[in-house]
Design a protein around this ligand. Structure first.
Ligand code: C2E
Ligand code: CA
Ligand code: CA
Length: 390
């Protein structure tokens, strides 16, 4: 990948790493051409206007060096220029992928990754492109049925440190396995009874604790976060389960339980009591979906929490929408005043990522950076990813 803008390279690299694609980055064409001596890639991603060089020079250089793979042109320039450059690539005999306009959206990155993976399939390079499942059309399936049939899986969505640009952890997200495909929580969570929710929590917690050693072995002893309804948080089963299944490794950083703002505010005293007890077992709380509902700001001071997760509706469009930007900035400042980290959720565009970073947001999560993925893909990603020790 060649782009003179470091932040663009980082975003792309994270997105590709999230799909298990190994990627090398260069700031200009000479650096790319020099590296070709060490072996040919499957795909070259070229920005058009580079500091001191350009994509046309790149195309010529690639031809001279005997590169025969795929070429992806990307640029913020006008469409005509982009298409003209693309045509030059075609004339030189490269397989051109559909051009990408900057700033790119998550869909464009995902399409790129899918096309890359299908092109590279012959070389059996990366893991299967399971990161963006099409939502299967199925009739209602209950959580209870899925649990009984042992069809609940746990997927992981990485969370990144926006300043250091390293992996900072991952959120565990439940998925249902169905003959027609992978089911999202929106299909099986609404209407689930309390007993099933407790069983789900136990299932996800057990998986998170069991999968952690593999992530640690792949280079990242990171903290995993599990979504927990407040009703489950108050149950004695949780500390017992963590006590029995916690990894014995001294590097285990503990867990984060994510509780939604509205739920935790309903009974602050109890939440405080549970949070204190759970801390003994290495468990911290994060306030999820912050800003989604009506915030009882003043009352937050009574609950110890390590992260404030900005709801994705706040994050969405925060680059262009000054109201959302102001809300995000306020939420980030609140998190910091409470000595917590601010986490931007649902980051879909490079512009949103840059705005949050500018506002001092600590961590970020979203389709732009990485989609939720099954454990094995997460491990593959970790092996090729610079990580931050927990
Ligand atoms: P959540 O806790 O807010 O989780 C984040 C959701 O945002 C996930 O949806 C994730 O896939 C999605 N997301 C992440 N990045 C982006 C993005 O850039 N754009 C958009 N549009 N969405 C993004 P998912 O996996 O469908 O889960 C939905 C909700 O279901 C979760 O929201 C959480 O409240 C609940 N849930 C998921 N797994 C569990 C679980 O194991 N237990 C419980 N109790 N609830 C769960
Ligand atoms: Ca969550
Ligand atoms: Ca959330």
């Amino acid at each position: 990948m060649v782009d003179d803008d470091r932040s663009v390279r980082q975003v792309l690299k994270l997105a590709l790493a999230g799909a298990g694609v190994r990627c090398q980055e260069f700031a200009d064409v000479p650096a790319l051409l020099a590296a070709l001596g060490a072996g040919m890639p499957d795909l070259v991603i070229l920005d058009i206007s580079l500091d001191g060089s350009d994509a046309v020079e790149g195309i010529r250089g690639l031809t001279e060096r005997g590169y025969r793979g795929m070429l992806q042109i990307m640029s913020g320039l006008d469409l005509k220029t982009i298409e003209d450059v693309s045509r030059i690539g075609e004339r030189h005999g490269f397989r051109m992928l559909p051009v990408m306009r900057k700033p790119f959206r998550a869909e464009a990155l995902n399409r790129l990754v899918r096309q890359y993976l299908s092109g590279a399939a012959a070389r059996a390079a990366g893991p299967a492109p399971t990161s963006a499942p099409a939502e299967p059309q199925v009739d209602a399936v209950s959580l209870e049925e899925l649990l009984r049939a042992n069809r609940i899986e746990v997927w992981y969505q990485p969370k990144f440190d926006l300043r250091a640009r390293t992996l900072a952890g991952a959120e565990c997200l439940a998925r249902g396995r169905h003959p027609k495909g992978v089911l999202l929580p929106g299909v099986f969570l609404p209407g689930a009874d309390e007993h099933s929710m407790l069983k789900l929590t136990e299932r996800v917690l057990t998986a998170a604790l069991a999968d952690w050693p593999e992530f640690a072995a792949a280079g990242s002893p990171m903290r995993l976060a599990v979504n927990v309804p407040v009703a489950c948080l108050m149950r004695p089963e949780i500390p017992v389960l963590v006590r029995e299944h916690r990894p014995k490794d001294a590097n285990w950083p503990g867990l984060i339980l994510e509780v939604t703002e509205d739920q935790v505010l309903r009974d602050i005293a109890l939440a405080h009591e549970m949070a204190t007890q759970l801390r003994i077992y290495g468990i911290s709380l994060a306030i999820d979906d912050f800003g989604a509902g009506y915030s009882h700001l003043a009352r937050l001071r009574d609950i110890p929490f390590v992260e404030l997760k900005l709801d994705r509706h706040l994050v969405s469009n925060c680059a262009a929408d000054s109201t959302n930007a102001a809300l995000c900035q306020t939420a980030i400042d609140i998190a910091h005043r409470f000595g917590s980290l601010a986490v931007g959720e649902g980051i879909e565009t490079a512009a949103e990522l840059q705005s949050l970073h500018r506002m001092g947001c600590d961590l970020g999560q979203g389709f732009l950076l990485a989609r939720p993925m099954p454990r094995d893909q997460m491990v593959a990603m970790l092996r090729g990813q610079p990580v931050q020790r927990a």
